[in-house]
Every structure is written in structure tokens, then in C-alpha cells.
Design a protein around this ligand. Structure first.
Ligand SMILES: [Zn+2]
Length: 170
């Protein structure tokens, strides 16, 4: 039997709401479904904003079936007190494998990311925390340079000693 969803403002309820919004209401979201992908991106930006961040959108074009498509990574930064200290990137992708609602892959990862970001807002620490929802992880981008991840990890945004945690871990 399926358990009812938790209600209220606790962590479980919040995580469930993110998954429901992304996988249940928006559903399949990838470069083939630009509108759904845009809705997912705005939802993520809004959530970062609600947590107190000024989200940064990193847009990039990729070739789509009917011409170029704009994809975007969304970043929220909790600054570190040491400007040259490493950055800890906490990331999850929000696109789906075509034809799936993407609940465990990867709305659940995004839910965890948003909740962690919310909890870390306003905290202090020596290292910068960079929460990143990235695009184009799934096929066809799996083995190409068009993935969202390399854009985050490019030398300009990623210091050499930085570490990245992401969902799924593979
Ligand atoms: Zn995935």
C-alpha cells in the first residue's frame, strides 16, 4: 500500500513537494521538451530565491532536432570567508531520460539539493558552497561535451582543489 504523502513544512514534506512538482506536474523534461525544461529551471530558480539566494543562470546552446536549443545550469552560492579556498560543488541534474517522469532520476536529487541549499543559506564557513542544478546529463548528452557538468567544472568556475558531490553519484 502506498503511504500518504507527509504534509506540513518538515523536511520529508518539503522533499516530497519538490519531487511531485518536478516529476508529477512537469514530468518529462529535457532538450526535446523545451517548455517543460524551462518550467523545471524556473521552479529551481524560484526555490533558490525563496531560500534567500540570488540564483545565477548559466545558459548554453546545444544542437536540437529543430535547430539550436538553450539549456541552462542554475547556481546558488554560499560564499566562503577565504576567497582562495576550495569550492565544494553540490550538484544534481534536472533533465530526464526521454519518456520518463524522472522521479528518482533525478527529481529526488534536485529535492535534496534544494533542501541542502536552503539549510546552508546564511551559514558561514571558510569554503564556498556552490549548489548547482545542471542540465543535459541524460542521453544524448551522456558522452558529449554538451553536458552541463563540464560547464560548471570549467577552469573559470572551478578552482583546482575543488570537490564535487552529486546525485546520482555515478
Ligand atoms: Zn540521470
Amino acid at each position: 500500500m502506498i503511504k500518504p504523502l507527509p504534509s506540513g513544512s518538515g523536511t520529508n514534506a518539503t522533499l516530497a513537494r519538490h519531487v511531485l512538482r518536478l516529476a508529477g506536474e512537469i514530468g518529462d523534461r529535457n532538450y526535446l521538451l523545451a517548455e517543460a525544461q524551462k518550467s523545471a529551471a524556473s521552479y529551481i530558480s524560484d526555490q533558490f530565491r525563496l531560500s534567500g539566494y540570488e540564483p545565477i543562470e548559466q545558459a548554453y546552446p546545444v544542437p536540437g532536432p529543430k535547430g539550436q536549443v538553450q539549456l541552462r545550469n542554475i547556481l546558488a552560492k554560499r560564499p566562503g570567508s577565504q576567497p582562495q579556498s576550495p569550492i565544494l560543488v553540490v550538484g544534481a541534474h534536472y533533465d530526464t531520460k526521454s519518456g520518463t517522469p524522472g522521479a528518482d532520476d533525478n527529481a529526488s536529487g534536485i529535492a535534496g539539493l534544494l533542501e541542502l541549499a536552503r539549510r546552508f543559506h546564511g551559514t558561514t564557513g571558510s569554503i564556498e558552497l556552490r549548489f548547482v542544478a545542471f542540465d543535459s546529463e541524460e542521453p544524448l548528452f551522456f558522452f558529449t561535451k554538451n553536458k552541463g557538468i563540464p560547464r560548471i567544472t570549467s577552469p573559470t568556475t572551478y578552482r583546482p582543489s575543488s570537490t564535487m558531490l552529486r546525485w546520482p553519484m555515478s
